[in-house]
Design a protein around this ligand. Structure first.
Ligand SMILES: *Cc1c(COP(=O)(O)O)cnc(C)c1O
Length: 363
């Protein structure tokens, strides 16, 4: 049997007719950039999250950069970011002229507030908290600490569409939440797409300006900006997929539960989302001593796995901070392994993955 980490063709085959109809409608109406399909998706996604404003843009990395622009990040400003995350979180800070300062993560790969207390300085302006792998970070405490320090909070929700903290969806706690709709994300376009969300109408206006050449009306350039608009085609596809997202999320959670139950008898650690949160399992990440051995074993069984992430960011060539202390992040990078998870994964496939993992430990 071959099991892929994620198999988008199954998702697309199941909703192919709906997507085709939506795409045809966009072409019939010539609404390629901005326009009614973008506006409709923005409204629907904001409603799904329970937030006032959603502003579409070209991808999740731009969403972070536009959010930093809207929050008026200045050259040399420091922003606290987790050491374990996709490179965009820190890259966006760097691209906007800021300085990423790396904070260690806890045993669940999430922003560690205690370490943030040690790493903040008089130049700190804000925090980007990441809801990694679909888990909610300790966002209420992060926001209240940030408030006490007068820092902004951006929530990077690129992996956490629909994850909740005390029954409230992530992205709605900080000043701005950012999302990626990269095809493989829990809600994915047929190409690149992203958005910013906020409850502040002032920040929403700024995000709209910065995504579109600093203009709200054509040729009225109120500030500099960029071209980072959401396509009508992508918005129409996202709107189709958004209707299915709750059911896909439930399926991911069910698979994670099956894995959790089975793996609890083996020498692996699993993610342990806090009891007041609900994870949406963008990835299913385990930790084990001989990670590389397990990966080779699963490869041989036809099971695709991945390492998220092989190096903490301050140990990469891009962000080379050899003296930055990040004990937990370094430990996780050596021991983590992502197993296949996607809504359409069959029970046979789940069983095959679990039995193959077990075989590695009992052989
Ligand atoms: C995917 C991702 C991004 C970037 O999104 P793109 O749409 O690929 O630019 C940012 N942060 C995290 C945590 C991500 O997983």
């Amino acid at each position: 049997m071959q099991v892929k980490l994620n198999d988008l063709s199954r998702q697309h085959n199941a909703i192919r007719n709906e997507m085709d109809a939506a795409i045809a409608e966009v072409i019939n109406k010539n609404a390629y950039i901005g326009g009614e399909f973008v506006a409709r998706f923005e409204t629907n996604f904001a409603q799904y999250l329970g937030i006032a404003h959603c502003i579409g843009c070209a991808n999740g990395t731009d969403a972070l950069e536009i959010a930093l622009d809207a929050l008026d990040l200045q050259a040399g400003d420091e922003v606290l970011v987790p050491a374990t995350t996709w490179i965009s979180t820190a890259g966006a800070v760097r691209n906007q002229g800021g300085v990423p300062v790396f904070v260690d993560v806890n045993e669940n790969f999430l922003f560690d507030l205690k370490d943030a207390e040690k790493k903040c300085s008089s130049r700190t302006r804000g925090i980007i908290a990441v809801h990694l792998f679909g888990q909610a970070a300790d966002i209420k405490n992060i926001v209240s600490w940030a408030k006490s320090k007068n820092y902004f909070v951006i929530e990077d929700c690129a992996q956490a569409h629909g994850a909740t903290f005390e029954n409230q969806k992530v992205g709605t706690f900080g000043d701005i939440g950012t999302f990626s709709f990269y095809p493989g994300k829990n809600l994915g376009a047929l190409g690149d797409a992203g958005c910013m969300v906020t409850n502040s109408s002032e920040l929403a206006e700024k995000c709209k300006l910065y995504r579109n050449h600093g203009q709200l009306k054509k040729h009225e350039h109120l500030t500099y900006g960029r071209n980072s608009r959401l396509d009508g085609l992508q918005a129409a596809v996202l709107d189709v997929k958004l209707k299915h997202l709750p059911e896909w999320t439930t399926k991911r959670q069910k698979i994670a539960q099956n894995y959790n139950q089975f793996l609890s008898t083996l020498p692996v650690s699993i993610l342990k989302p806090a009891s007041n949160t609900q994870a949406v399992y963008h990835l299913y990440v385990i930790q084990t001593k001989d990670r590389d051995g397990l990966k080779v074993h699963l490869d041989a069984k036809g099971i695709q796995t991945a390492v998220h992430y092989p190096l903490p960011l301050p140990r990469t060539q891009t962000f080379w901070y050899p003296n930055c202390e990040i004990v937990q992040a370094e430990y996780l990078a050596k021991h983590c392994l992502s197993l296949p998870i996607f809504p359409e994964m069959t029970e046979d496939e789940q069983r095959y993955v679990m039995q193959s993992v077990e075989q590695f430990f009992v052989k």
